[in-house]
Design a protein around this ligand. Structure first.
Ligand SMILES: [Zn+2]
Ligand SMILES: [Zn+2]
Length: 372
């Protein structure tokens, strides 16, 4: 079978920027040096590009996990063009296919099952999915958005204006255009490209399958650090409508913090969150699967497997009771109709169930540790 044609423009852009970043930038650093203005400006521009992709292209437009003010959308649209990762419409279309057909080598545009190189950058070097680009039928909702279509129509112009205009303008302001183009133009772009590309490659290879093993996506805190929080990719693939990727308070997810922070300025609203019982149950299910598969290798482990299953059933039962009561309590607080006595009885019950569930979880963890 013939391979699709090579996309020479993409190849040249990736190759030229990469070579400049690894050869010319270090050479300039050694022979001339970069000052703090240039370094700080490059970091700010890198964050601007990264966040526009993660908070805008990804969590806003591809997954609709929250609603945003037009001003914020406009900022994302500019940052996305600066990041040079194609238009919002195109990116979101690809990404929705990726989620719907994840790991399917024939359909997923950057299927991780085709290996690191392909999912990282190889998929952009040949014309693999030409037919899908004409239709955009999975992004009809985005085609109704003025900012999305304006960016799509003017993408090339916006890309050139940001990628040349911003570094040159900052260079003129600061008095060294060449250094600015090298650092803010090229190095920033290369770092921005590859950190985003890691989400398609490394985040499907390296890390833990905390919530599901139905796809290759992994949770990885180290990767989250370099990808503005997108490293919790296993969670993201199972709960793609959640505006968060790292759900615990200590999970490094600046994209989540930005989206949440913007609510205080009325720039974002309707932030979607997965119900916590669903998350807890998915995690427990994976723990069961992992422990069971470890036991499979041991002879005569039937009794242990049955015990594990029994404990798991008890845990789920306890979770159901706890979360149902929690929901009741929240509903009661909202309605303000219930009597004080009624409410305090329910609160007491809730606290008891919480304690029992915590005990059950401890027991479950100990049992799994024993079997491990
Ligand atoms: Zn996604
Ligand atoms: Zn993915």
């Amino acid at each position: 079978m013939n391979k699709p044609r090579l996309l020479w423009i993409n190849i040249l852009v990736f190759l030229a920027t990469f070579l400049i970043a690894v050869v010319a930038v270090p050479y300039r650093a050694l022979t001339h040096g970069f000052d703090s203005f240039e370094i700080i400006a490059a970091i700010i521009c890198f964050c601007f590009c990264g966040i526009s992709i993660t908070a805008g292209y990804h969590r806003l437009w591809s997954h609709r996990t929250y609603k945003a003010h037009p001003v914020l959308k406009f900022i994302y649209a500019i940052g996305g063009a600066f990041a040079l990762q194609n238009s919002i419409l195109h990116w979101s279309s690809d990404h929705r296919v990726h989620h719907k057909h994840v790991d399917n080598n024939d359909v997923d545009p950057y299927s991780a099952k085709k290996g690191f190189w392909f999912s990282h950058i190889g998929w952009m070097l040949r014309d693999y999915h030409r037919e899908s680009y004409a239709k955009y039928d999975n992004v009809r909702d985005l085609q109704k958005e003025k900012i999305v279509m304006w960016q799509h129509r003017n993408y090339l112009l916006l890309t050139l204006m940001t990628n040349f205009g911003i570094p040159v303008a900052l260079g003129l302001l600061h008095g060294d255009v060449f250094s600015s183009v090298l650092l803010i133009g090229v190095l920033r772009l290369v770092l921005s490209h590859h950190t985003t590309f890691f989400i398609n490659s490394l985040a499907h290879i390296w890390g833990r399958q905390t919530y599901t093993e139905k796809n290759t996506a992994r949770d990885n805190g180290i990767l989250a650090f370099f990808t503005f929080g997108e490293g919790y990719h296993n969670f993201h693939h199972i709960f793609e409508n959640d505006y968060r990727n790292g759900i615990r308070w200590f999970h490094f997810d600046p994209t989540k913090w930005l989206i949440k922070g913007c609510t205080y300025f009325n720039l974002t609203h309707n932030l979607k969150k997965t119900p916590e019982d669903k998350i807890a149950k998915a995690k427990a299910k994976m723990q069961l699967v992992n422990s069971q598969s470890k036991l499979q290798s041991i002879a005569n482990a039937d009794e242990l497997i049955a015990k594990l299953q029994h404990e798991y059933d008890l845990l789920i039962e306890q979770m159901n009771l706890y979360y149902e009561t929690k929901k009741l309590l929240i509903a009661q607080k909202r309605s303000k109709l219930s009597e004080g006595v009624e409410r305090s009885t329910l609160m007491l019950r809730y606290k008891e169930l919480k304690e029992t569930l915590n005990q059950q979880i401890k027991h479950w963890d100990m049992l799994r540790a024993q079997y491990a």
